[in-house]
Each structure stands twice: as structure tokens, then as C-alpha cells.
Design a protein around this ligand. Sequence first.
Ligand code: GAP
Length: 528
Amino acid sequence: MEKETGNIKSKIKAMANQEDVFKNIISHSKEYGFIFQSSDIYDGLSAVYDYGQMGVELKKNIREYWWKAMVQMNENIVGIDAAIFMHPTTWKASGHVDAFNDPLIDNKDSKKRYRADVLIEEHVAKAEAKIQKEVDKARLRFGESFNEETFLSTNARVLENRNMIDLILARFKDALNDNNLDGIRQIIIDCEIVCSVSGTKNWTEVRQFNLMFNTAMGAVTEDSNIIYLRPETAQGIFVNFLNVQKSGRMKIPFGIAQTGKAFRNEIVARQFIFRMREFEQMEMQFFVRPGTEMEWYNYWKNARMQWHQTLGLGMENYKFRDHLKLAHYANAACDIEFNFPFGFKELEGIHSRTDFDLKAHEAHSGKKLQYFDPELNQSYVPYVVETSVGLDRLFLSILSKAYVEEKLEDGTTRVALNIPAFLAPIKVAVLPLLKKDGLPEKAREIMTILKPEHACTFDEKDTIGKRYRRQDAIGTPFCVTVDHQSLEDNTVTIRYRDTMLQERVSANKLLEIIDDKVNIKTMLKNLI
Ligand code: GAP
């Protein structure tokens, strides 16, 4: 291995704090063609985003990894692609017309609208952060002898905060379960939560707000023509349960997977692509024998956590969180939370949905949605365990951990995206050292070999150092530089994004070296 010409590589430290880093990630996403605000030239459309030339590749690769892990690796899971528009009765049956609501509250002074539940959750998160701060301080003070468990159970300030959190959460859970909107408002008042704009506690009543978008189908806009934009992809799977089971001769337990757009008229849509009004879900409904659902719920909890951890973003960045209030369809539910730049937040939901959906569709359609179990010699409506992850949130989790700002020993800075190599939008950049002496032609020869196998780019503009930086910024794991020696002995320099180390290798070996690191097969084998 040799050093990168003209640059000293060893990294000194990350330079900015979390909040600044998040802002930088957003502007980096725009600058390098990952994510643009929708309708940018008209000053944007709130909480709607477009994926640019790099973003679309990264998103496609993430989707492909999910799809292959689900459908290709599980012999009893198949995929479908249902339409976004569905018969309106679908949403009556699923409960979304009556119960897919968020509680909203307005501040009378600033006129700013909030989700009441989010205000409470953020208040609790602040108290949790205070506890963590006490723990960090004590760890510094006591060093080696620090015992976190003892500290948490004895420190007065920690206990005070913990009791306060427990009390709020207990009241919050009761209020949610009783659909008690006044109770939710009272928690906001009692916790003295203030509006971040006006700084006042002058709150309206809490009201329910249905999150579904609707439009009209056909020329006449009567009620009967109302069509909803699906708020989850899952219902397309439920209504096709029997079609797939029969045409695919599927035996329970089996799953149906789907990726596709979903739409929610979110009241508070902040934090970039974390909460959008148009987003993409990757869902899998697993149909099981009644009574076995908890076993499968635990199975899928573990399987999904394992899948996330293969991405290599750090085990410590994931945790499970049980739902405080179960959705109208669930008898058990949890989230896999991820440590986003703004804290731990939901990345994926795993829900035991009972037979709620299939039974409701039976009742509303008048069609039987049952499975004949040859082993039991009886028919039943299957129970369902669902895994549901937002593709955009997954994208954000990967992007936010991949983004690094480094100060190098020579005083220069480098911004790199250490995206897992197999997901990177571009896998290899081929760079002729000079734009003459036959180097571009030789580089093109190499491109011709690599291009059918992997996403490649060719760049001959600017100094080699600048070109390396450009590739670092979009997360290209390998740069291949063609120089005069390449013409003599068919060797090239391969430069690795994460270490910036360079190696001289035969051009004939390139495919083997690159393939080993970027082939999705290697990742799928880890799941077995
Ligand atoms: N079918 C179940 C369902 O839709 P959910 O918890 O409402 O469950 C599942 O959504 C996942 O979809 C979430 O964990 C999240 O990753 C993603 N998601 C939900 N709302 C979103 C939004 N407004 N923007 C981006 N992703 C969202």
C-alpha cells in the first residue's frame, strides 16, 4: 500500500456537532444529487422530496437488498405490486376512515400546529436526555469504579426524573387508550410545555385529524367516487391474500411482500425525509395459524433486527420499543428505533395484526378469506404478523451514519459518505491520470470491462485529488487510476474510499477485488 499523492490521509477527528452535521447532511444531499425538495423552483412543497441521480441509485439498492432478503431468501415469501388506488370500502374495512387519526393542537399565539402526542413524547425525551447527562457526568467523575445500574437506582436527580417520566407515560397511555383528548391536553398543560415559536402555553383543544388524502375518480365528484391515496401498502396485500394463496398454492405459514408509495397528510412534517407526506414503504404480511402469532412475532422481531445490523451502522444505534398504545388492529406491536441525528426514533414497525384485517374485509366484501389447513383438516381466517419499514427512513439512517467530515493531517478537510459498499450509488470511478498519452483510451477499455457488472463512472476533469474528493462525497468505494505504467504492464492503482489507501494491482484482477466487496450475494449469505 502507498500514500495518496499530495495528501496526508490519517483522519484526526469528526469536526461538527450532531445538529450541525444534520444540517450539513441535508445540504450535502442536495449538492451531490441525492435529495431535492419537491418543486424546488416554486419554493418547494412541504414534506415532499425528490430523489436525484445519486439518491435514486442508493434507494434502489436498499430496496433491492430488502426485497432479496425477504423474497429470494425465504422460500415461503412471494411479492406483489398492488395499485395505489383501491376500492374505497377497503379503507372503511381497515378502520382507516374512522380511526387513522393524529391528535393535533394549536398554539393560539403563534398559530403553529403540533401533534399533541409528539409534544408529550418530546418532553419525555428531554427528561430522558437529562438522565443520560447525569450518567455521563458521573461516569467521568468516578471513572473505572462507576456502576451505572447502582447510579440509576440511587441518584436523587435521576430518580426524580424517572418518576416524572413514568407518571407522564402512565397518564399518556391511559389517555390514548381511552381516546381522551382532554386528558392529552391536560398532560401538555401540567408538563408546562411551551410553543417553540411563541414561547407561550396558550393551547387550543386537542382535535383528531384524519391523515388520509383523497381524490375523486371519474368525472362526477360525488361521495361515492372518493378514492383514497393508500396510507399503507399493507391493504393491497390483504385484499390479494386469496389470489396469491390460490394461484401460488401457498401453504401457511407464508408471507406476501410489497414495496410502494404511501401517502399521509402529516400534521407536523419535519426532519427532512424522516416524516414525509409521500413516502415509500416496504411491508411484508406473514400469514400464520391462529395461536402461533406470538411465536412468529418474536421470530420476525429478531429477523428484522438482524437484517438491519448487517448494514454495519453499529449495533448500539438500534433498539426495540414496545408500543404504548396498540393500533386498532394489533395485539402486540413494537418499533425498531434508530439513533438518527435527532435521537432515537421509529425506523420499522413489527405488528401482530391478528385476523382483524382479513375478517374486516370478509365482513365488508361478503367474500370468504379463509385458508383450508390440510394438517388440521379445517378452515380458518389466518392471523398476520407484519413487518413494515419506511424506505426513506432507512435511506436517512444509512446516509446519516455514512456522512463523515474529517480533518486530515495536512490540514485539509474531507467529506465522505461511507455508505456500505454494496449499496453505494456508484461502485467504481475510472480515472485516467492525464487527458492525453493514450490514458483515456486505456481507462475506457477498463470501463468496458467493469460497466456490465457494476455501476461505474468515468472522470477525467481536474486534478486527481479533486476527483478523489468528488467520489468520496458521493460514496464511491473504489477509484481506479490509469497512469503511464498501466500502458506498459496493465496495472492500475485502486484507491479505497474509507482508508484512502492505494494499491497497485493488475487490471485483470479488478473485477474480482471489487466484486468481493460490492456483491449483494455476500450480504445475503450473511442472513442464512
Ligand atoms: N402497515 C403498518 C404501518 O403502516 P406504520 O408504523 O404507520 O405502520 C410503518 O408505518 C413505517 O412506515 C414506519 O416505521 C416508518 O418507517 C414509515 N413511515 C410511516 N409514516 C411515515 C412518513 N410520514 N414518512 C416517512 N416514513 C413513514
